[in-house]
Every structure is written in structure tokens, then in C-alpha cells.
Design a protein around this ligand. Structure first.
Ligand code: B12
Ligand code: SF4
Length: 459
């Protein structure tokens, strides 16, 4: 059995300005909370590169725990290069490593075939514990490994819902360091800028399930379910009783508006001692096509929602149809007006360069964003316009591989290169150069409409 285990999260150098380090890494912490409960004799540590100034201090922090096993977390495809670089440094020092997380789970076979690594793919709770116990490789659930020169994908452990797992063990991280980042980032924004906490009111996206893959650029990473609402309130009540009131509770569930009956259940089960807008407020993801009526606004207010994040993606109906957003420009404006009438703050996100994007559709999105800014004024907290990332697991990536089949065999994928090839095959600009220039300039211009200084501009 390993004795000292570090879970390391290398920096994502592509999206370096992203405020990701305001929020603690939920997945790795949930994993360690479970492992700690199963193996109390092992010491567990979480080292997040975002809290360190450079690669050297990050590595020193990992080594300071004298680990005999380092779990390397690949949250997105963008950070994979850094994950491989860290792996090399650790192996050189004789420290064992194991990979997990979303990127390697989308390309497990390729990663193990192309490199000298082992992976626990998908939901990793039981596999990680068995790996730390150093069970026989054949018996470790979700393990992808090499035997002689063949890649073996072990069967998966039974699926576990969050409400059947132990609560987050916050003591594993130094949460105050995340809150310092949160405060720096939220300076000048409305109340509840002191402490934040993340939860999942649900996992998965009902729209993605119904539309067989959802929005073009989205990577399905989990199955969809809605946990027992009492579990959600227990998590919130616990953190408030430990650290006091005034929490921004960020809900990482993909789209709460997919199931209004569940929102009603959350409202009905809220413990009476928890006071919305005093003890806590929520930030939630909603889909514009699912916000149509006044009672929904009233329900969100009763729940304690203050901030609403909407993936608008585009203000062109042609693009919204092509990417299978299941929303229209009309639904965007209807939802925006309703939400503003309820006094919510909005966070808006756009993806530029999707299928059949051209100068006209870009112009429609720019005009729409200026109108959005004018309508919302200070209620628009955040406006992010990103060039499309064609990530493994998404429909966009699958479409790209019909023209560029070489990507089917790769695990380390250059996101700039796939984007350029995507522009060539799927957008309607005169050249790749023109597409890059227009999209980059648009991302910059629209990013400047955002009041959060840290993420202004092109990432
Ligand atoms: C929370 C979240 C974020 C947070 C991260 C906060 C944080 N510090 O954790 C924020 C908002 C910052 C964020 C940012 C981004 N994200 Co994000 N994010 C998510 C989201 C909604 C939930 C992830 C999560 O917590 N899941 C629940 C936990 C339990 O699962 P998990 O993290 O995967 O962990 C489990 C396993 O993967 C595994 N595991 C994880 N690490 C390890 C390590 C080892 C060693 C082992 C064995 C196992 C293991 O164990 C856990 C338990 O089973 C997912 C979508 C989703 N619904 O999953 C997108 C998602 C992961 N994000 C995505 C993207 C693209 C991004 C951004 C690039 C977006 C952007 N354009 O800016 C940025 C990049 C940030 C970065 N640093 O790389 C994509 C990734 C697609 C891909 N193939 O890369 C996803 C899948 C969204 C989507 N549907 O497209 N994100
Ligand atoms: S982008 Fe959002 S709404 Fe679209 S399928 Fe993914 S999670 Fe669902």
C-alpha cells in the first residue's frame, strides 16, 4: 500500500487568465475525501498549480510531502502537456504516478498506447482506492494499463451518485487561499464576495441527453441524475456552520433549468434556518430556452439565486441551429428580460467560430453583445467570448476526425492546430488566416465588455 499520496493538478497554460483558482477543484477533492474515508492510515494532499507562482514551486510543494504516489489530474485537454511534463519529472525521482480526470478519460486507449502511463478512467473513486492499496492490476476497476504490449481496459466499478458518497473533506485543502483569489477577482462586484463554495445540485445535462450529444463543442463527462435535495442542503449547512454566513454557492451542475420540478424540490426541502440572501446566494447555470415564465423567476428568487450564468454562444439563429443549442435569439432576449426583471446578475458566455460561422454571423453576435451590455448595464458581471476549442469527446471533434482521421490515434492534441483545421473545414471565411484574425479580434473586443478585469481580452 502507498503511504503518502499527492493529487496534483498541473496548470492549464492555455487558459491562463481564467479565474479557475477562485474555486477549489471539486472533483479531485471529492476523490480524496472518499479515499481518506476508505484508507485513514494513508496521508493525502492536494497540490493545485494555480496556487503556486511557477512550475518549480509547484513541484517543490508536491515533493515536500515525500509522496510515494502522485495522482495527476487532467481536468481539461488543455493542461495535458503540463501533466506529461510533471509525470516525467516525478518518474525521474523514482515516484510512482497514476493519471485520471476528464481528458485522459476521453482518450484512455490512445494515452496508454502512446505513453508509459496508467489511467483510472471515468468515475475513479473505487479504482483510485484499489490502486493505492496496490491490488492486483487485473482487479482494479476502471484501470487502463499495458500488459506485455497490449492495452487492457478493466471493467468499471458500479456508478456512484454524489449523495451516496462521503461529504467533501475541506480540511484536505487550504480553502482560505482560494478565497484570497476569489476576493481579488471579485473586487468591485456585488455582495457575497468574501467566501465561495462549490456544489453540484445535479450532474450532467438533460439537454445533452435529449439531443444526443448536445451543443457541438460540449464534452459529455458524466451521466445525468438529480441527487436527493437534502444532500445539497446538508453540504451548504455544513460549510456555513463551519465558516459562518455570506457564501457565494457556485452550482457546477450543467443546467439547473433542465428540471424545474427539481428546483421546486430544492425550494421545498430548504432548511428553515438557512436564510437566502443573508447566509448564502447561488450562482447557477440556466439555458435561455428553458426560462420562459414569471413563476420560474419567483422560484429562483425563493431558492436564493443571485447570479445566473447563460451559455448564449451566439446571436445568430443560423449558428444556434447548427450547433444544436436548442435555443434561439428570441429565447435569449426573452430569458434575459425575465431575469433582469427579477434583479439577477448575469454572466454570459459565447463561443466563436462554430459550424458555418462567417462575417455576417460574427457581426450579429457583436451587435447582440452590445445590445446585451446596454440592456444589463452593471447587471452584466461577466462576458466571455472564446474561440471554439475542438476537444476530444465533443461532436465537433468527431466531425473534425472525418476530415482529419489522424486525431483518432492521438492523446496529446494541439488545440491551436485543431482549431485552425476546424476553421478550414467548417467555417465560411475566405481563409484560415481571416477566420483567426476576425475571431481573435472579436473575442478581445467582447471580452472588454466584462467588468471582471482579470479575464478581459483574449485568452
Ligand atoms: C467545474 C468545472 C470547471 C471549473 C473548475 C474548477 C475547479 N477548480 O475544479 C472551472 C469553471 C474553473 C472550469 C474551467 C474550464 N473548464 Co471545466 N468543467 C467543470 C465541470 C462543470 C465539472 C467538473 C467536475 O468537477 N466534475 C465532477 C467531478 C467529480 O468530476 P471530475 O473533476 O471529472 O473528477 C472525477 C474524475 O475525472 C476523476 N479524477 C479527476 N482527477 C483525477 C486524478 C486522478 C489521479 C484520478 C485517478 C482520477 C481523477 O475522479 C473524480 C471522481 O470520479 C465540467 C463538466 C462536467 N459536468 O463534468 C467542465 C469541463 C471539465 N470543463 C471543460 C472545459 C473545456 C473548461 C475550460 C477550458 C473552459 C474554458 N474555455 O475556459 C476551463 C479550463 C480550466 C482549466 N484549469 O483547465 C470541459 C473539458 C472538455 C475537455 N475534453 O477538455 C468540460 C468537460 C465541460 C464540457 N462539457 O465541455 N471548469
Ligand atoms: S454546452 Fe451546456 S447546454 Fe449545451 S449540452 Fe453542454 S452542458 Fe448542455
Amino acid at each position: 500500500m502507498y503511504r503518502s499520496v499527492v493529487l496534483a493538478i498541473p496548470r492549464n497554460k492555455t487558459c491562463k487568465n481564467y479565474p479557475q483558482y477562485s474555486f477549489f477543484p471539486y472533483g479531485p477533492l471529492k476523490l480524496l475525501s472518499y479515499a481518506k474515508k476508505c484508507l485513514p492510515q494513508v496521508s493525502f494532499h492536494l497540490v493545485d498549480a494555480g496556487l503556486y507562482s511557477d512550475d518549480e514551486t509547484f513541484l517543490s510543494a508536491i515533493l515536500s510531502f515525500h509522496p510515494d504516489l502522485v495522482g495527476i489530474s487532467t481536468h481539461t485537454s488543455f493542461a495535458y502537456k503540463e501533466c506529461l511534463a510533471l509525470n516525467k519529472k516525478l518518474l525521474k525521482r523514482g515516484i510512482s504516478t497514476i493519471f485520471g480526470g476528464i481528458h485522459v478519460s476521453t482518450v484512455p486507449h490512445q494515452a496508454v498506447a502512446n505513453r508509459n502511463i496508467e489511467i483510472i478512467q471515468g468515475q475513479a473513486f473505487d479504482g483510485f482506492v484499489a490502486y493505492i492499496r496496490q491490488d492486483k492490476k487485473e482487479t482494479i476497476p476502471n484501470l487502463v494499463w499495458k500488459k506485455n504490449s497490449s492495452v487492457i481496459e478493466n471493467p468499471s466499478a458500479p456508478w456512484r451518485r454524489f449523495d451516496q458518497l462521503p461529504p467533501l473533506n475541506i480540511d484536505i485543502i487550504d480553502i482560505e487561499r482560494y478565497w484570497q483569489k476569489f476576493r481579488n477577482f471579485h473586487i468591485g462586484t456585488p455582495p457575497f464576495d468574501e467566501k465561495c463554495y462549490t456544489i453540484f445540485t445535479h450532474e450532467g445535462c438533460l439537454w445533452r441527453d435529449r439531443s444526443r450529444g448536445g451543443c457541438e463543442f460540449c464534452t459529455p463527462s458524466t451521466r445525468t441524475y438529480f441527487p436527493n435535495p437534502h444532500y445539497v442542503w446538508r453540504e451548504i449547512a455544513n460549510v456555513i456552520s463551519k465558516f459562518g454566513p455570506k457564501f457565494l454557492i457556485k452550482d457546477y451542475g450543467d443546467s439547473l433549468s433542465g428540471n424545474w420540478n427539481y428546483v421546486k424540490a430544492l425550494v421545498q426541502t430548504k432548511p428553515s434556518q438557512l436564510k437566502p440572501y443573508e447566509d448564502y446566494v447561488f450562482e447557477v447555470y440556466l439555458r435561455s430556452s428553458e426560462v420562459n415564465e414569471q413563476w420560474q423567476i419567483d422560484l429562483l428568487k425563493t431558492l436564493g439565486v443571485l447570479r445566473v450564468y447563460i451559455g448564449y454562444e451566439s446571436f445568430s439563429n443560423k449558428i444556434l441551429r447548427n450547433i444544436r443549442k436548442g435555443a434561439t435569439v428570441e429565447s435569449h432576449w426573452r430569458a434575459t428580460k425575465l431575469l433582469l426583471s427579477g434583479g439577477f446578475y448575469l454572466l454570459a458566455s459565447f463561443v466563436l467560430g462554430c459550424s458555418s460561422e462567417d462575417k455576417t454571423t460574427i457581426k450579429e453576435t457583436i451587435e447582440g453583445c452590445y445590445k446585451l451590455k446596454e440592456m444589463c448595464g452593471k447587471k452584466l458581471l461577466f462576458l466571455q467570448a472564446s474561440p471554439i476549442a475542438v476537444l476530444p469527446g465533443s461532436r465537433a471533434f468527431n466531425k473534425l476526425t472525418t476530415f482529419e482521421p489522424q486525431y483518432l490515434y492521438e492523446d496529446l492534441i494541439d488545440s491551436e492546430e485543431t482549431r485552425r483545421r476546424w476553421y478550414k473545414h467548417f467555417t465560411n471565411f475566405d481563409s484560415i488566416k481571416e477566420a483567426e484574425k476576425i475571431i481573435r479580434e472579436t473575442a478581445l473586443t467582447l471580452g472588454n465588455l466584462c467588468i471582471f478585469k482579470a479575464i478581459r481580452g483574449y485568452r
